[in-house]
Design a protein. Structure first.
Lengths: 217, 243
């Protein structure tokens, strides 16, 4: 049995880095897919709309754990061995994309339709309308819920510990297995999650206030 | 050749037919006012002219463009046909100057100091030169509407449509917008305006059109139409005083 000393602490801190990296990668890729899905959901083409809705419906209706199992174990049945980091970030990106798509679709739809009318009346193409008129306004609206979702994503990265990827939670479990000091170990782990999420939560709330203030004047 | 030709236009929203065969022709440089009760179809008619609403049948030709729902054709048409809305619809995230310069840059490929000079020129026309860098939120309703007019003018349209542009304004702000429109009319702009301002229609419009139940009920030179309304519906409308 080892003690809960600096080497263990360092190990936990390093693993927190993996949690952050996982969050960043999942959010980055999830944003790209989610943004595309949001635009597809609002497309004039029925096929694009149906494809995007179907994807979102399926992903939102199954636990992210299943996506993780499918990409990690499922694909290995076909001889595709994914390193656990790839399987983990891919699953989380898929999960994030479905939720971000819905947040952003709502934000785009919150831009008054008169903005579409005014800009199309000025001979702008649909792409130009999105780029110069709609998205700049939608981004402002979407910031608070997007940052709010980011907090969820940070915490949900803990789920990938089940495929053996050593991020913050998994590191806690490993250290606990060696030290049998669950209260101390998991207090430290929880504190690190808190240090990551708390500023983000505050940022989200702050943005919400700023946005509302901007609307009233 | 007329600047606007509307031939037997029909338009329904679901089961409700709002335009029941409207025909109208507007000469170049002419100012036509469309009056009538809410629900008479006057705004819908105006919105059909630049394709914001698609009509089910009939033919519309404006500034040399025959209207169809092809997006490319619509964009070409809209370069020549400006519209100003009741609710201004300025782009709130852009400054006044950017509001004005955006469409000429994107749709017409203008740029540089030339574009800026042109934007300053149209802004001066509506009497707001000092507001170039202001944001819409910091302007009064009347000023916002004048910027909206300037934004349309920056495209150098051949025809301008005005959809109840003073209806959302306090009475004291209505005047400043009407003066801008009167100046435009004097400068020879072809204008179609849906309005509740009877004095403006009588004094500025060459022709006034009274719409009732989705049809053009009565029309003629403004002076005559207001002095001697022929149909009982128009007489009732004018004497009611509440529009």
């Amino acid at each position: 049995m080892t003690t809960f000393g600096w080497p263990e602490m360092l190990f936990i801190f390093r693993s927190a880095g993996w949690t952050l990296l996982l969050t960043v990668v999942a959010f980055g890729i999830g944003s790209l897919i989610g943004g595309t899905l949001a635009i597809m959901r609002l497309s004039q083409s029925r096929i694009l709309r149906a494809l995007a809705s179907g994807y979102i419906l399926v992903i939102q209706s199954i636990p992210v754990l299943m996506v993780l199992f499918m990409s990690y174990y499922g694909l290995s049945l076909f001889g595709i061995e994914l390193p656990s980091f790839f399987a983990a970030s891919a699953s989380l990106a898929i999960y994030a994309s479905a939720y971000l798509a819905e947040i952003w679709r709502g934000s785009i739809q919150s831009v008054p339709f008169q903005q579409w009318e005014a800009s199309s009346s000025l001979a702008l193409s649909r792409a130009q309308q999105y780029r110069y008129i709609i998205l700049p306004q939608a981004v402002r609206i979407s910031l608070p819920p997007t940052v709010g979702f980011l907090v969820q994503l940070v915490k949900n990265t803990s789920i990938v510990s089940v495929v053996g990827f050593v991020e913050l939670s998994r590191a806690g479990t490993l250290v606990n297995n060696a030290t049998f000091l669950p209260f101390q170990v998991f207090s430290v782990v929880a504190a690190i999650y808190f240090m990551i999420c708390f500023p983000l939560s505050r940022l989200s709330r702050h943005l919400e206030k700023v946005m509302n203030a901007g609307r009233n004047h | 050749m007329p600047a606007v030709t509307i031939e037997n236009v029909h338009k329904s929203f679901g089961a409700v037919e709002v335009l029941k065969g409207v025909s109208l022709s507007v000469e170049k440089g002419e100012v036509v006012a469309i009056i009538g009760r809410s629900g008479s179809g006057k705004s819908t008619l105006l919105r059909c002219i630049n394709g914001l609403e698609a009509c089910q049948s009939g033919r519309i030709e404006v500034a040399g463009h025959v209207l169809d729902q092809d997006q490319k054709h619509l964009r070409e048409l809209r370069k020549d046909v400006g519209i100003v809305f009741q609710s201004y619809n300025l782009f709130p995230h852009l400054s006044v100057g950017e509001n004005i310069m955006l469409a000429p840059r994107l749709a017409k490929g203008l740029g540089g100091p030339e574009l800026r000079r042109m934007a300053e020129e149209v802004l001066a026309k509506v009497g707001l030169s000092e507001k170039f860098d202001a944001y819409p939120d910091n302007l009064s309703g009347g000023q916002q509407q004048r910027v909206a007019i300037a934004r349309s003018l920056a495209m150098q349209p051949k025809v301008m449509l005005f959809d109840e542009v003073t209806s959302a304004l306090d009475p004291e702000l209505t005047g400043e917008v009407l003066i801008v429109m009167e100046d435009l009319a004097k400068a020879g702009m072809t204008m179609l305006l849906v309005t509740h301002e009877m004095n403006f229609a009588r004094n500025v419009a060459d022709v006034t059109v009274f719409m009732h139940q989705g049809r053009i009920w009565e029309s003629g030179p403004s002076s005559e139409l207001f002095a001697t309304p022929k149909t009982p519906e128009l007489q009732a409308f004018l004497s009611a005083g509440v529009h």
